[in-house]
Each structure stands twice: as C-alpha cells, then as structure tokens.
Design a protein around this ligand. Structure first.
Ligand code: SF4
Ligand code: SF4
Length: 316
C-alpha cells in the first residue's frame, strides 16, 4: 500500500491570524485522488481541515487547489501521478493562487464571480424573440464549443501572471465566457462586447504566458479565447484605444509588410505619444547592433509569409 506525506497549508482565522503548515502521513490505495486522500485525512486524522468539493467528477469546479505548486482539480489529480512527476513522496497542498484565503484550502471567490458577471455571460440576441427557438448549426456552435466547456473552477486565475500583477484584470475564464457569447452567431452585441472587453484591465492586458491553457482541467484554452476576442475587437474596429491592441496590430503590420518582426517599429506604433522619449536609447541600441534598423526591410520570400498569413486568417 503506498504511503504519502501531505504537507497542507492551514489557516484557521478563528484561532490565529497566522497561517501555518501541517504534515499528515497517510497509507492509501494506489488509485486515490488528491481529493479522496484529503477526505481520508479529514475523516481519520483531523476533522477541522476546510476545503470545498461537491461532485467528485470534475464537473462542479469546486475542489481546485495547488499540488506541489501546480493548480489542479483535486478530484481529477491522482496522488501517485503527482508523486511520480515530482519524484517525491511528499505533496504540498495549497489553496489556489491570486485569491485571499478564507480558511485552509478555501479562498474568497467573490472577485472571480464579479468578473464573470461583468462580461455579461449570457446571450443578448437582436430583434424579436422567435416563436419557438433560435436554430443554430453545428458548425456555428463548434466555433464556441471549447469555451462552452468551462466549469468555472478558477484554476486559470490561480496561475495567471497578469492577475498577480493587476488584481483588477478581468481574467482568463471571464474572457473565455466573453468569447463564448461574442462568437455565438445568435448574439447581437458583438461590437458592444468588443468595447466592454477591450477596456482597462481587459483582454489586451494578458501577458500571453499560456499558463491558463496549460492548467485548465477542461481544455477550454482561455488564452486562445482571448486571442479570438482580439480578432473580434479588430473586426469591430474597437482596437485603437489600448496600447496592447496597437502593439498587436503593429506586430501584424510589421510581419505582413516586411516578412518579419521589426521590434524597433513596435515602440512608436504602440506608444506614439511617449515614443520620442525613447529615441536616444533606441539609437544607442541600433548603433550597438542590439536592435534592427527601423528602415523598411523586406525578406526575399515575403510572398510565402503573406500566403501563410492568408491561410491562418481563413482557418480562424
Ligand atoms: S477556463 Fe478552465 S481553468 Fe478557467 S475556470 Fe474555466 S474550466 Fe476552470
Ligand atoms: S495567458 Fe494571459 S490570461 Fe492566461 S494565464 Fe497568462 S496572462 Fe493570464
């Protein structure tokens, strides 16, 4: 029978304001999930351990926590697999990141729900409601299928670098829900949504670290949804107000016209007002060969790049 030590984050504000860690040694079956192991500890060793869970089937999204620093759904994560991945018989268990702890593994999810509500996560169709129903094709629904799989477990928020830097960032799950409806052909608010999601703390604040894609237990790929929302913002003509949007557009123009990225041109396109202040520094970098020349340059096989970009555009 395998044995594991669980090094659990404890925070019991009723008795002390100071969090601490507590180790529990457990003999368990070789197919136990992290959630079942924690419940066994709660049952046999310490009934005061607080955690959220409900369905035990990766559907309710309640039991997300960190195992050895990586956010998982406790009901999906196999104890033996975690140990094997990290080469250790001890598993550190922590509450999810980027949220204030309330008690042990329970965190305050209010900011998460506020952000979720802020993106208007429901269909807002134009015109009069049909007598029976709005028919939509399978192909059209496939475009938002990934985003529809979200179970609101907040694992992506736990890993999000932008949220760590800016707690007001609307975040990956809410934006994935935004695309769920902005990408739905029955919705009549595409432009309004593009404006709503492109504002301060919105989609352009994502650092593209990809951790949300990596840790999402349901394959929602929220970073991809944010990418698609950026496309909606461009198509709806609401992408000039934000430096992130201008940066993305400058990137695109640079590759389309020259066949490669010209980093030197990104600065004036992204921040036209403050860019002159960076001119002496930029000139110094160019002189030392640390930055490409801002003069137009085209690669020989520019047509191949354009062809590639056209294919990608058609696929999206
Ligand atoms: S996008 Fe994935 S990780 Fe984020 S809340 Fe939804 S299911 Fe959880
Ligand atoms: S890719 Fe963007 S939204 Fe996803 S975790 Fe990184 S910063 Fe957050």
């Amino acid at each position: 029978m395998p044995a594991t030590t669980f090094d659990v984050f404890r925070y019991q504000p009723d008795s002390s304001d100071t969090p601490y860690r507590q180790e529990f040694a457990l003999d368990h079956s070789d197919k136990v999930t992290l959630l079942d192991a924690l419940l066994q500890i709660q049952d046999e060793q310490d009934g005061s351990i607080a955690m959220r869970y409900s369905c035990r089937s990766a559907i309710c999204g309640s039991c997300s926590c960190k195992a050895n620093g990586r956010t998982v759904l406790a009901c999906m994560a196999q104890v033996e697999e975690i140990k094997e991945a990290d080469g250790s018989d001890t598993i550190q268990v922590d509450p999810i990141g980027n949220f204030a702890p309330v008690k042990d593994l329970i965190v305050d999810l209010d900011p998460f729900w506020e952000k979720f509500r802020s993106v208007k996560p429901y269909l807002i169709p134009d015109g009069k409601a049909p007598e029976k129903e709005r028919i939509v094709s399978k192909e059209a629904m496939n475009k938002v299928y990934n985003e529809s799989k979200c179970i609101l477990c907040a694992a992506c928020y736990s890993e999000c670098n932008s949220l760590a830097a800016d707690p007001d960032f609307v975040g990956p799950a809410a934006l994935a829900w935004g695309y769920r409806f902005a990408g739905d052909e029955r919705d009549g608010q595409r432009k309004q949504r593009a404006k709503l999601y492109s504002g301060e703390h919105g989609l352009w604040d994502c650092t593209r670290c990809m951790y949300c894609n990596e840790r999402c237990p349901k394959g929602v790929e929220p970073r991809d949804a944010i990418e698609k929302l950026g496309g909606v913002a461009f198509r709806e003509g609401v992408s000039w107000g934000d430096a992130g949007a201008r940066h993305a557009r400058a990137f695109l123009v640079s590759v389309r016209t020259g066949g490669k990225l010209n980093e030197t041109l990104l600065v004036p396109f992204t921040n036209p007002v403050t860019a002159p202040l960076d001119a002496p520094f930029a000139l110094q970098m160019i002189r030392k060969g640390k930055a490409p020349s801002p003069l137009p340059h085209r690669i020989k096989k520019l047509n191949e790049v354009k062809h590639l970009m056209k294919n990608v555009k058609e696929e999206v």
